[in-house]
Design a protein around this ligand. Structure first.
Ligand code: GBH
Length: 496
């Protein structure tokens, strides 16, 4: 340091000591929010998101509802799994979770305070059909009736997901869950029934949340595990994959047959996001090829109606058994495609081999968000994922069905969480989403995961993704600093 620099540095330290640094710390997150009079019109602040962009938050049934034994709900594979010793990191389960089943009105008010225009939630199959098939349980659907009415009374547009991993246990016991073709068939019956009953108020339906996550982690040989926690052979795993996408297609058809005219339907898939390592025309092309190949068992077959040659060659003798009719069903036309985007899965460069692309290995020090060892920080994923989806398959309507970050949140003495790290993550990702919409990529909305902390699957209650801190003893919800940030983004329709 130069002498003058040292002097300045010293002077600053002295000033901090004189004032007492604690006197400089924020008292209340409301301080971080500009008053109305200081608010700039968004058009002058920065070029914003398209008019009418649908800002929302997302949750799922098992992760928030609790009330697992109420009003005739049947057991799901997640009840079984969470109660199996050693499966959940903090030994928690979601028997009570956020008690949303009883507190949904309060939770709708949290959304209202954020200013969100839409809400993505999931319907618990075992509430509607406790045994998976057969006679529906009227009280199960009643809960979603009440929730929908509450949302609409508060001008929040509902987006319902039909399957967010809570398979009725009975279907697992009866025929091995998604290993059997009977499960996609049962799923379509359930989808048709929900469509018939709820599409007077729900206009957008997502079939399955993340086929690839629940298949690969629930039935494949992975270190991260989801229910039912099986480790199948490649042959059986390929068949499960096929049944999952078949379930999606059959549900699309059932919703079209039983829902009101104008009901829109599509998947909510965790696309394998491939990003050009360095943005050259060659690498951009390579990332497109990689996106198509590495989503071969999921989005590619849903949107093209065929498994790629490379997918089938790789599967070899273990390839799934299917008919030409199956492929037609799987690729039943959808109205939109939802994608969950948290991380770049691969950085890609071009290669002069048969693949046409090569994957760059991640260095060991590559940054991750705290607590989730899979959550690599790569904000440009939120540009490339929708951009490639639109480019490769000419998708005209895209929703970001999930994006968000886990943090080792620590409330201060007053119970407030100053989650600057979550804000850092969101601000950077949203900046890249803005690049996408500015270039005309047809992203219509964004659902932040999550409205509030909730049961994070095998990580249990300890891993938090919420804009609101949840005290699981008192069920108190407290907005984190990131809630103020998101409210401001929505109010300005731009990144702040
Ligand atoms: C979503 O899945 C879920 O839909 C949601 O319920 C969940 O709470 C939220 O994200 C936060 O986790 O290490 O390569 O095997 C998250 C996406 C995709 C995360 C698969 C774990 C494993 C990647 N998941 N991923 S890998």
């Amino acid at each position: 340091m130069s002498p003058s620099h040292t002097r300045r540095h010293f002077a600053k330290l002295a000033a901090q000591a004189a004032l007492g640094i604690s006197a400089l710390l924020i008292e209340n997150p409301a301080q971080a929010r500009p008053t109305k009079s200081k608010r700039l019109p968004s058009s002058k602040a920065s070029p914003g998101f398209p008019k009418g962009f649908l800002w929302g938050t997302a949750t799922s049934a098992y992760q928030i509802e609790g009330a697992v034994k109420e009003d005739g709900r049947g057991q799901s594979i997640w009840d079984t799994y969470a109660h199996t010793p050693g499966k959940i990191k903090d030994n928690s389960n979601a028997d009570r979770a956020n008690d949303h089943y009883h507190r949904y009105k309060e939770d709708v008010q949290l959304m209202k305070a954020l200013g969100v225009k839409s809400y993505r939630f999931s319907i618990a199959w075992p509430r509607v059909f406790p045994q998976g098939t057969g006679t529906p349980n009227p009280k199960g659907l009643d809960f979603y009736d009440r929730l929908l009415d509450e949302l609409l009374a508060n001008s929040i547009e509902p987006f319902a997901t039909l399957y967010h991993w809570d398979l009725p246990q009975e279907l697992q016991d009866r025929h091995g869950g998604w290993e059997s073709r009977d499960t996609p068939k049962a799923f379509a019956d359930y989808a048709g029934y929900v469509a018939q009953r709820l599409t007077d108020r729900v206009k957008h339906i997502f079939t399955i949340n993340e086929c690839s996550a629940f298949v690969e982690l629930g039935y494949g040989n992975n270190s991260i595990e989801l229910a039912p926690g099986l480790k199948l052979s490649q042959r059986r795993l390929n068949q499960v994959r096929h049944h999952a996408v078949l379930g999606h297609g059959l549900a699309v058809q059932a919703i079209r047959a039983s829902g009101r005219a104008g009901t829109k339907v599509g998947p909510a898939e965790n696309i394998t996001t491939c990003v050009p390592a360095i943005e050259t025309p060659e690498n951009i092309r390579a990332a497109e090829i990689a996106t198509r190949e590495l989503n071969g068992g999921y989005l590619t077959v849903m949107l093209e109606g065929k498994y790629t040659d490379a997918f089938l060659a790789y599967a070899g003798a273990d390839a799934p058994k299917y008919t030409a009719e199956d492929l037609k069903v799987i690729s039943a036309p959808v109205d939109f495609v939802g994608i969950n985007v948290y991380s770049p899965q691969h950085y890609v460069v071009s290669a002069d081999d048969t693949h046409g692309f090569a994957l760059v290995p991640f260095p060991p020090s590559y940054p991750l968000m705290n607590y989730s060892n899979w959550l690599k920080v790569g904000p440009e994923a939120l540009y490339w994922a929708p951009r490639n989806l639109a480019k490769i398959w000419n998708v005209k309507e895209i929703y970001i069905t999930e994006n968000g970050a886990s943090i080792a949140d620590v409330p201060d003495a007053k119970g407030i969480v100053y989650d600057l790290d979550r804000i850092m993550y969101l601000r950077n990702y949203l900046t890249h989403l803005l690049r996408a919409t500015s270039e005309g990529v047809p992203v219509r909305g964004y659902f932040l995961w999550s409205l509030m902390d909730n049961f994070e699957w095998s990580d249990g209650l300890a891993n938090r993704f919420g804009l609101h801190w949840v005290d699981y003893d008192t069920q108190r919800r407290t907005p984190k600093l990131s809630a103020s940030f998101y409210r401001e983004v929505i109010a300005r329709n731009s990144v702040v």
